[in-house]
Design a protein around this ligand. Sequence first.
Ligand code: ZN
Length: 485
Amino acid sequence: MDNFGQRIRSILSSSRDSLRHALHKSGARQRESTLPTPVLRLAQEPATAENPARGSTTEPASPSPHPITNTLLSRRSIAYASCGVVLLLGASAIFFPGCSQTPIHTIVPPGTPQVRVCLLEKRVRVDLSATQSPTIQVGNSAPTAIELGGSTVPVALTASGWKIGETPVGAGELRINPASEGSVSIEGHAYRGRYRLVPRPGGKFDVINDVDVDGYLMGVVAKEMFPDWHEEAYRAQAIVARTYAIYVTRTGAADASYDLFADTRSQVYGGIAGETAKARAAVEATRGVVVAYGPPGEEKIFKAYFSSCCGGITQSSADAFGDPLEQPLTAQNVGSLCSASKHFTWPAVTIPNAEITRRMRLWGAANNAPEKTIGDVVHVDVLSTNPFGRPASFAITDSRGLQYRLASEDFRLAVNTDASGGPRLLSSFCKPVNDKGAVRFTDGHGFGHGVGMCQWCAQAQATSGMPHEQIVLKAFPKAVLVHAY
Ligand SMILES: [Zn+2]
């Protein structure tokens, strides 16, 4: 456990004495290659970057280290790099060229925990560009400044090592350290933090972004919310996404080179271009706050799932994914709270049995599950429901009479495998009706796995005047909010 993980402070404790609690890692499980997609993005068009409010440089960022306060509502100041352009990094000021295309940068203070995000997988080359000369390190070599001359240069992995343009630079892990935040772009996209290009078997490599969690979240929150959604919903999303990211980072396999994907497999991450003023403000306003659960004094963060629309009944992570039962991730009946979503109910979806068979086998093969050899599917049934009537597991019967039982989200992922443009299930909250040669899924509700915080519920609560703290705590029963850093 590292320094960050040593201590957290309860900020909603009844005691005024700001209790410090260990942030435990126990109970966490290693990442499983078969873990279902934990987060689903919104159904509609992804959020587009707002035109950020330019100009006013507010108070400078607080000096580090930041005192842990006992109020959740304190608003730290935000330093903007307005057209001009000065980007404050710690005590130094760095002039940042390219004003007309420079997004507003919010400072992420030192001491913020790091996350490792996989931006690109199994590449043989990528395009690199920079507005300031970065330094690189290959393997254990000393940092070396490289001059790209303002042009886009290919980075390729060859049998003898890396080539930047036509220049061999050595073999091993290639680290690229930008001279200033966002000054290096990979494939035309700029990210906060640094980059690692990590060789994989077969002569390919992954591109990893090592970034402060709050810098990362600024590029996540706007991608997971609509531009016109309420700022309290944004803040709730920031807390939940922060908790999810830190949990996954803290519990990943020790030998993994990254913790998070930049897409719906983890959380949608758009880098600097994906940020908006509203998203940055939500991250800043909730800086360091995570949701945790446990006996007083022993609260631990957990995998704070969220999804688009629960359809009126959420489901537990135990039902959805087969996780151990955890109180904050149990099912809830929220009625029609998120009925503003167009997916609150959805029309019947019919999928031929032969197609379900094909998809089941593909999913089984990809996950090394028994379904890889399933016979022709002849029947699909709800096997069990949660206390509020939402399906918790499904049974699939094949022509040999064998029955396969799947947790609800495994079932949905299996049925949706390789669906491309074909029929697919928006959620597992539906009722299968076995017609001749096909299954008709009726009474469909919601979009996404329905575990944890429902984003459409959060938006409805925010517009009704509920503060973000309460939105998060209602989504995760018996949980508390804590300042983790
Ligand atoms: Zn909902």
